[in-house]
Design a protein around this ligand. Structure first.
Ligand SMILES: C[S@@+](CC[C@H](N)C(=O)[O-])C[C@H]1O[C@@H](n2cnc3c(N)ncnc32)[C@H](O)[C@@H]1O
Length: 209
């Protein structure tokens, strides 16, 4: 794990050292968990996500790996991609992360999230219940306001055909979910995180995996 701004750290990595980028960047939506009132109680709000106060531009990341190594088209998967769809390149595919699995309309949480990949696979759906405190397979407290299921990140590694033993980069690592998925499935992991609290959580979680 590197602590700092990924856009400063990535250019210092040795050429050709990254085989895939699987990440969940800040979406540019100013997301704050629990920012609503229910009856007479105000739900405690989370701290804002660093970088989420301005539109996310995926191009510096995509351009860096294409221009740094034009002979290798490495797999990319970018979560929350519908939020910055107008800044994605042509081509690629959207994957639907179905978070309600049919729970639907009664819930105030979103039913789905969209992930973009540069792999031209069939358009796919990953189904896993993940809404608020209802989190399939998870035990214990939420580790990050935008925490993803380890199972989703492990599925993305397979979907993007990331080979076993590959070096996978998550430049927006948050609580280290992609790292846990990589180590549990036989890939190597390089993570970057700007927020010191999230960095500590990610390091501990990856060590314990
Ligand atoms: C959407 S969250 C990722 C959450 C992650 N998927 C998880 O399961 O915990 C994005 C993360 O990127 C971090 N971040 C924002 N800008 C960054 C930057 N320039 N460099 C590195 N990390 C950054 C934020 O602090 C936040 O933890």
């Amino acid at each position: 794990m590197y602590r700092g701004n990924c856009l400063d750290i990535i250019p210092t990595l040795p050429k050709g050292s990254i085989d895939a980028v699987i990440t969940d960047p800040p979406y540019g939506i100013g997301f704050v968990y629990g920012a609503s009132k229910t009856g007479k109680f105000e739900i405690k709000k989370s701290a804002p996500i660093l970088g989420d106060d301005k539109p996310f531009d995926p191009m510096p990341l995509l351009n860096f790996f294409n221009s740094a190594d034009p002979d290798r088209s490495i797999p990319f998967a970018l979560c929350g991609a519908d939020h910055y769809k107008t800044r994605l390149p042509e081509g690629g595919r959207f994957i639907c992360f179905d978070k309600s699995c049919g729970g639907g309309a009664a819930s105030t949480f979103p039913d789905a999230e969209f992930i973009w990949t540069n792999r031209k696979n069939a358009r796919s759906i990953f189904r896993w219940v993940w809404q608020g405190c209802v989190r399939q397979g998870a035990t214990g407290n939420r580790l990050h306001v935008s925490e993803k299921p380890v199972e989703l990140m492990a599925w993305l590694l397979e979907h993007c055909r990331v080979k076993l033993g590959s070096n996978v980069l998550d430049p927006y690592a948050g609580s280290g979910t992609t790292g846990v998925a990589c180590l549990r499935t036989g890939r190597r992991f390089i993570g970057m995180e700007l927020d010191p609290g999230n960095f500590e959580i990610a390091c501990k979680r990856i060590e314990e995996k």
